[in-house]
Design a binder for this molecule. Structure first.
Ligand code: GP9
Ligand code: MN
Length: 405
């Protein structure tokens, strides 16, 4: 297996670590990572009946880095796949969730890197059962100090719906534990209310449901608006506790919320046709990074969720050089590097490949598959190498990699 490890090493070791003047601007800050359940990018700056769906996030974007072309790369592991990509810089598996299938592998995780580099401890807050997605076990493996799961919350019939505790109560009840953490820390919060089938009592609806032909989409509008209110509340509390200035916030949508089956309602809402490229655009998730004192900027680079890790490390002043990872720093990501989807599809600034068709994204026309072939080769290589690392547990052979005994 030494040979395998060498092959992997030589192939993906980051080639140089180009720096920007943003390197280290958030050095030593606490990191609050927020995974927004089922949140697609189209909700940002979108209105229904003259009302914003995400007034709080739209405001926050004004003084944050807003990455407006980032794609969902999750597979069957859904939320856990998003977590996995950010923590390890590896792709999800072709089937099932890595959290469930490979909880004992060695990985070079974000918690381990932050711990080794600058003594951070990492924590997760989430209102669902600790065993869901095998999180409890996987988090230990990835180096999280503690997982504040359902037992840490006072969950009542009144304050819960669908999968569990509603986001406002979740954030409010998390504060006591958050303020008691030793600094610096990485604290991950995973929201829950905006989950299919998007149920919400009337008293929690801060916007009227939409009026498309698809009820799922009509309800989605209300749970998205509710989640935005919960985030606003969280930021109020964080400011109240004096944490705001010492914290970098990384906020992302974990994956799509409206599957193809219900997508007609979104097309109707947005007044667009049902085309393959529009469907692909709807796979975008928002990524917002707020660094205190930093001016806002919209970054239109095409990228994927997996790139969150290298981007965050860059801002924290931690080099990505020599790391075995497929994550790329979004501030300098090369335009012609494909964003890899688990099903073998891909997208770049100029081309997209989906359902066996290659598209020129500028003309929106179908073009010869040859135009996509060099990108597709790269896609196959990356997925194959990532799978080899996971199935072969190859981090065992990579000396600098962390991982718990
Ligand atoms: C469950 C939550 C939702 O704990 O993360 O899971 P999902 O179905 O989105 O993976
Ligand atoms: Mn999810």
């Amino acid at each position: 297996n030494e040979v395998d490890a060498d092959t992997v090493n030589s192939y993906i070791k980051s080639k140089g670590d180009k720096q920007t003047d943003l390197f280290g601007i958030a050095e030593g800050k606490n990191v609050i990572l927020i995974s927004m359940e089922s949140t697609q990018n189209f909700v940002i700056n979108e209105e229904v009946n003259g009302k914003e769906l995400t007034p709080f996030l739209n405001d926050l974007i004004q003084d944050s880095f807003y990455f407006s072309n980032i794609y969902d790369q999750t597979a069957q592991g859904k939320t856990s796949d998003a977590e996995f990509m950010i923590d390890t810089g590896l792709y999800p598996l072709p089937s099932g969730s890595v959290f469930v299938r490979r909880p004992e592998n060695k990985f070079e995780s974000l918690p381990d890197i932050l711990q080794d580099h600058s003594g951070y401890k990492s924590y997760t807050f989430h209102g669902n059962d600790a065993e869901f997605w095998n999180r409890e076990k996987m988090y230990q493996n990835l180096g999280y100090e503690h997982y504040f799961a359902k037992e840490s919350y006072n969950v009542t019939e009144e304050n819960s719906i669908n999968y569990g505790i509603k986001d406002v109560a979740f954030f409010e009840q998390s504060m006591e534990d958050l303020i008691s953490l030793p600094e610096p820390y990485l604290a991950k919060f995973i929201t829950l209310t905006n989950h299919f089938p998007f149920l919400l009592e009337e008293k929690d609806q801060f916007i009227e449901p939409a009026e498309t032909e698809v009820d799922v989409v009509n309800r989605y509008v209300t749970t998205i608006r509710y989640q935005d209110r919960a985030l606003e509340r969280f930021f109020e509390l964080v400011k109240e506790k004096g944490l705001y200035e010492d914290t970098i916030f990384v906020i992302y949508g974990d994956h799509y919320g409206i599957s193809k089956k219900y997508e007609a309602g979104v097309h109707e809402l947005l007044g667009q046709e049902n085309t393959a490229l529009n469907h692909l655009d709807l796979q975008q998730i928002p990524l917002i990074i707020h660094v205190p004192g930093q001016q806002g900027d919209i970054i239109e680079t095409t990228g994927g969720e997996i790139d969150i890790r290298a981007t965050l490390l860059h801002l924290l002043g931690i080099s990505s050089e020599n790391r075995v990872s497929f994550s790329q720093n979004l501030f300098i990501r090369a335009e012609d590097t494909p964003v890899v989807f688990r099903n073998g599809d891909m997208i770049t600034e100029d081309y997209a490949y989906t359902a066996n068709v290659c598209y020129d994204r500028n003309s929106k026309e179908k073009v010869s598959n040859k135009d996509c072939s060099s990108y597709l080769k790269k896609v196959r290589q990356e997925l194959e190498h990532s799978d080899n690392i996971i199935f072969g547990d190859l981090f065992r052979y990579i000396p600098h990699a962390g991982g718990r005994e």
